[in-house]
Write a protein that binds this ligand. Structure first.
Ligand code: KG4
Ligand code: ZN
Length: 367
């Protein structure tokens, strides 16, 4: 039989998104209209501005999603939208568009939980059936908007194991890059910081103050599943202040590396704690999916693999294969997008489990 085709809309934060996905895992279009330039350099979202931009952009996003998929609304079998969590006014732009389209065209409607959609993305993006994560699996979502570890035990059951107590790991990379005066670069500030850490020192980097090269960064909330990153960039700030003069290039590089090291070490440590927490509940996790903008960090990828190998070697598992698979979905489907929303709605469309056209939003929605 013909694949089920979903038009999905997402507008929970600052990206206006529309996409068309099918039940046989094809992403026919995935339009994301960003509004970076409208908000402050710290990445905070100013709701009235975001709502305005969504209202301006959503019709274009829908139009482009259909055009790029070479479809009309008559080829669409169902309409999905983000029901929450998110900024109420922002959510309402996508949801009103979705509800009105569905009602006018007499198509089934499904409202989706944004975090569940992030957690299920790897089932859409896995290159083949043999690499598709199997339940129960853990998703580590590390981006500018989120820092989360989520356990998925089925298409409908999730548990957030850890979240950030202050700010996201991505924002923390951005802040340190800005403190150190790095340029944006092609891949953004976080990636610029990574590149700066990796670059070969030049001969004229200057000396590195002993205080800076030997200083240990904090391990916030040690032993807890929740993350915390604010103290990492304030450590960088404090050191620069103590120096009382502009840092040499060598000092900047030492601080950048120690920051990245501490941030990555924290992600590895909290992931192992999350695996422990699962094991204590009798849940054996065989797959870990790392998604979000920060997941493109090569140093993080290497360290996570080492960390999981060490974890598997230590575990007292009696099964011969304690190896934990590690997957990194493509970044364009890890950042906020509507393809993941359409995909997360698919099992409900296929089961005939639709929402009414007047369904409410859930700006605060536990998982
Ligand atoms: O998922 P994403 O593209 O969108 C938002 O959630 O905003 O994540 C963007 C974040 C930014 O904070 C960016 O600096 C960070 O991910 N990022 C990185 C790297 N690439 C992007 N952080 C560290 N290393 C990278 N290579
Ligand atoms: Zn998101």
């Amino acid at each position: 039989s013909r694949a089920f085709t979903v038009l999905a809309l997402e507008s929970s934060a600052d990206d206006t998104c529309a996409a068309i996905v099918t039940s046989d895992r094809r992403v026919l279009s995935n339009v994301v209209i960003k509004q970076h330039q409208l908000h402050g350099p710290t990445g905070g979202i100013y709701p009235p501005t975001a709502i305005d931009a969504h209202q301006r952009n959503m019709p274009h996003a829908v139009r482009r999603a259909l055009q790029e998929a070479k479809m009309t609304m008559h080829d669409v079998d169902g309409i999905a939208f983000t029901r929450g969590p998110g900024i109420g006014g922002c959510l309402s732009v996508g949801s009103n568009a979705a509800k009105s389209l569905a009602a006018a065209l007499d198509k089934p409607l499904v409202g989706v939980h944004h975090m569940q959609a992030h957690a299920l993305t790897s089932l859409l993006t896995a290159p083949s059936a043999s690499t598709t994560p199997r339940f129960p699996f853990l998703t580590l979502l590390v981006s500018g908007g989120h820092t989360l570890s989520v356990l998925a035990t089925s298409l409908t059951s999730f548990r957030i194991l850890g979240t950030t107590a202050d700010e996201s790991v991505g924002r923390s990379f951005d802040k340190v890059a800005r403190i150190l005066g790095l340029e944006w670069g092609k891949r953004g500030l976080g990636a610029a910081l990574e590149d700066f850490c990796e670059a070969e020192p030049t001969t004229d980097e200057g000396k590195c103050d002993g205080e800076i090269s030997s200083f240990a960064f904090p391990h916030p909330m040690r032993g807890r599943l929740d993350f915390s990153f604010a103290s990492l960039h304030s450590t960088v700030d404090r050191h620069l202040a103590l120096l009382g003069r502009p840092p040499t290039l060598a000092e900047k590089r030492a601080l950048a590396r120690e920051f990245q090291d501490a941030a990555v070490a924290q992600l590895c440590a909290k992931l192992r704690l999350a695996l422990d927490a699962c094991a204590q509940r009798g849940v054996t996790v065989g797959d870990v999916v790392v998604s979000g903008g920060v997941a493109s960090n090569r140093y993080l990828r290497t360290r996570l693999r080492e960390s999981l190998d060490a974890y598997a070697a230590l575990s007292e598992s009696t099964t011969e294969d304690a190896r934990i698979e590690l997957a990194f979905p493509p970044v364009e489907l890890c950042t906020d997008n509507a393809a993941m929303i359409g995909w997360a709605a698919m099992h409900r469309f296929l089961a005939g489990d639709y929402d009414p056209y007047d369904i409410d939003l859930k700006p605060k929605w536990s998982i």
